[in-house]
Design a protein around this ligand. Structure first.
Ligand SMILES: *Cc1c(COP(=O)(O)O)cnc(C)c1O
Length: 429
């Protein structure tokens, strides 16, 4: 049996070869984990995933991930490894690097970071010393934990100042960014967010960074795929360092990716290995190479465009049901909406939707009067559903289903429809 990849039109086996976790070998060796994985596949097949950072890893990437490079120790970089037997690992990493440089028109790429957070750590390590000042989007307004949370290395080791969005229109207040930059003279400025649905004005951020002689770090883990496809403005010509993720819209392995200027190449590489990581996961590097090649195709570009049009449809549908999309809409796959006009909190909205099989996340909003644990908003993303082939009609319907749940309807009937939709679009189990 085969299924069609909604975005690329390619087919992939759904037999046990395409699902090594479903193999007899695992079942014999560890029935508990085998059963758990089977149940997880079922859970996914019965629900609709609208969590903003999730996607379905492409079948070709999955194949590369389980290949023999999983066992190769390859500390260092191509041509300068600390281990022997690395010629083929080198070739795979060089392919990944070349593809990243080409796809993003970047002078330098490092494909080894294990996550976007460890890529951020390496970016800071390359540019800063402990105690240096950094200006980044405040966590309350959509900054990631790596932008100054006290629970994260960033907030302990660097001196963060937060900028935010205007209350009136929800857009980044560049006047405030400039004022804070002049006042605090940070060593680095970070632009990028986990929930803000518009693209940063990269040129304006570059100007502000230049004015105060700061580095500009672009943190685009959420929108890496949109940048790759040319559907979002690229930060690469403006930022000193760009931090990307390969597992979100890009549909590659769970991992990070660093792009930088040629001048910073050596510092970036040393900051990843040996400063913050040991040997790279070479199977992930191979998987990243595959994902980067796929992201350069017209089919991927069409996918990226559909994620944005799907998100706009979703935002419009939720707005028609009296929810308030942050900034009035979206330019990305992200939709962040204030659900308080319906008299529910974000946490309650998340629970009610989950009870009907619609998985999305509560989200604290800028100027949110509710306690963080409750929050006034929800955040949704169209990465997974678009990979599955859902489009404008389905997202229009999903917005209506969410509205029914948040207006107090019991989850039963909505849940039935969710299961029908999920089954119709399940790509693989
Ligand atoms: C997802 C995300 C991260 C964290 O990614 P991990 O790979 O889970 O560490 C960091 N920053 C931004 C902006 C993100 O969207």
């Amino acid at each position: 049996m085969t299924v069609t990849d909604a975005a690329t039109g390619s087919t992939a086996p759904t037999t046990t070869t395409g699902r090594p976790w479903a193999s007899e070998a695992l079942h014999r060796a560890d029935p508990q984990i085998a059963d758990l994985l089977a149940a997880e596949a079922e859970r996914r097949a019965e629900t609709i995933q609208l969590l903003a950072g999730e996607n379905l890893t492409s079948p070709a990437v999955l194949a590369a991930l389980t290949g023999p490079l999983i066992d190769k120790y390859a500390e260092g970089y191509p041509g300068r490894r600390h281990h022997t037997g690395c010629a083929l690992a080198d070739a795979a990493e060089l392919l990944a690097i070349d593809r990243a440089r080409q796809l993003f028109s970047a002078p330098h790429a490092n494909v080894q970071p294990r996550s976007a957070t460890s890529a951020m750590l390496a970016a800071y390590a390359a540019l800063l010393r402990p105690g240096d000042g950094v200006l980044a989007m405040s966590l309350e307004h959509g900054g990631h934990l790596s932008c100054g949370s006290r629970a994260n290395f960033s907030g302990r080791w660097f001196d963060f100042t937060g900028y935010g969005v205007r209350e009136a229109d929800g857009l980044i207040d560049l006047d405030q960014v400039r004022e804070l930059a002049r006042l605090h003279r940070p060593k680095a400025i970070v632009a990028g967010s986990i929930s803000h649905p518009r693209h940063p004005d990269w040129e304006a951020f570059r100007e502000i960074a230049d004015e105060v002689d700061a580095y500009l770090i672009a943190s685009v883990a959420q929108t890496t795929g949109l940048v790759a496809a040319g559907v979002a403005p690229s930060p690469v010509p403006y930022a000193d360092v760009t931090v990307a993720a390969t597992h979100k819209l890009l549909r590659g392995p769970r991992g990070g990716l660093l792009l930088s200027t040629a001048e910073l190449a050596e510092r970036i590489d040393r900051a990843v290995f040996p400063f913050t990581q040991g040997g790279a996961a070479m199977n992930e590097v191979a998987g990243k190479a595959v994902a980067l090649a796929e992201a350069g195709t017209p089919a991927y570009r069409a996918y990226a465009e559909r994620t944005v049009s799907g998100a706009r449809t979703l935002a419009r549908g939720l707005a028609e049901a009296d929810m308030r999309p942050l900034t009035g809409g979206t330019d990305t796959h992200l939709v962040t909406v204030d659900v308080s006009p319906l008299g529910v909190t974000g946490a309650e909205a998340e629970r009610r939707c989950a009870a009907a099989g619609l998985l999305l996340g509560k989200c604290a909003l800028p100027y949110d009067p509710a306690p963080v644990a409750e929050a006034s908003g929800i955040r949704l993303g169209t990465g997974t559903v678009t990979t599955q082939g859902m489009g404008v009609p389905e997202l229009t319907e999903i917005a209506a289903l969410i509205a029914r749940l948040l207006s107090g309807e019991a989850p039963g009937p909505v849940g039935e429809r969710v299961r029908e939709l999920a089954a119709a679009f399940a790509r693989r189990g």
